[in-house]
Ligand binder design. Structure first.
Ligand SMILES: [Mg+2]
Length: 246
């Protein structure tokens, strides 16, 4: 077994967003698992992950971090789940996000702008009730405005002293982290405690850009000389990259 450890984001990396993994990607992962230890670190929850990767294929991975690392399963065994934050405990943040919902130039609102998850509050301007057409409409608008990155950047700048941070993971929302929890970056801290043999990481994700949810984890690996990272735009690019290691 190689000492190189692969950590994968899911949406736009192992699978297309909210889609089943392709046969080509699945076959590549299965072959890769013969030589390397594999982990997933996704912003999605376990239910979405099992729908996209399939429980059988999930068994190939040594460990799976869901909810951006707020939850960890080692070979399907639940290891930990961080508590759910309460937005009411953070009135300044609640006011800021409320103002965004009221004043944002994007005018369609479908309701459910906050979803509380382990360790995280997910914030969506268009709202989580958005159907596929509404989501596509927002994604088109967002291509020219990058509003979610602006909001995440504001939170990271203005709420850093409150130990609150944010990043863009999905296409229509941002994740906000509390109490010093750092999202996917926290996975590396955890693995460093768990893996006792010499190792290097190769992290692969699509949002390795400032305020993207694969950025801090990649910087953490690079700055601490723990391995490398590779940015992809879709699962095809990921599979193409992985072929070099087979
Ligand atoms: Mg992704």
């Amino acid at each position: 077994m190689s000492d190189l450890i692969f950590i994968f984001d899911m949406d736009n990396t192992l699978t297309n967003p909210v889609s089943l993994i392709s046969l080509d990607s699945a076959r590549t992962i299965i072959r890769l698992a013969d030589k390397y230890k594999l982990y997933i670190c996704t912003g999605s929850d376990k239910e979405k992950l099992e729908k996209q990767i399939s429980p059988k294929l999930c068994g190939i991975f040594q460990g799976i971090f869901t909810n951006s690392g707020a939850q960890y399963y080692r070979k399907n065994e639940h290891i930990y789940t961080l508590p759910k934050p309460n937005l009411l405990d953070y009135p300044k943040l609640k006011t800021y996000l409320g103002n965004i919902i009221e004043t944002c130039d994007y005018k369609m609102r479908t309701g459910v702008h906050y979803e509380t998850r382990p360790g995280t509050i997910n914030f969506s301007i268009v709202g989580r009730n958005a159907d596929d057409a509404c989501r596509k409409h927002f994604i088109e608008w967002h291509k020219t405005t990058n509003e979610l990155y602006r909001v995440a950047n504001y939170v990271n700048t203005m709420f850093a002293t409150d130990l609150i941070s944010a990043s863009v993971g999905g296409q229509t929302s941002i994740d906000i982290y509390f109490n010093g929890f750092k999202g996917k970056e926290s996975c590396i801290d955890f693995l460093e405690g768990e893996i006792k043999t010499p190792h290097k990481y190769m992290f692969i994700g699509d949002k390795i850009m400032p305020n993207g949810n694969d950025y801090d984890v990649s910087l953490s690996i690079l700055h601490n000389n723990l391995g490398g990272c590779f940015r992809v735009n879709n699962p095809e690019e990921c599979t193409e990259f992985l072929r070099r290691f087979l």
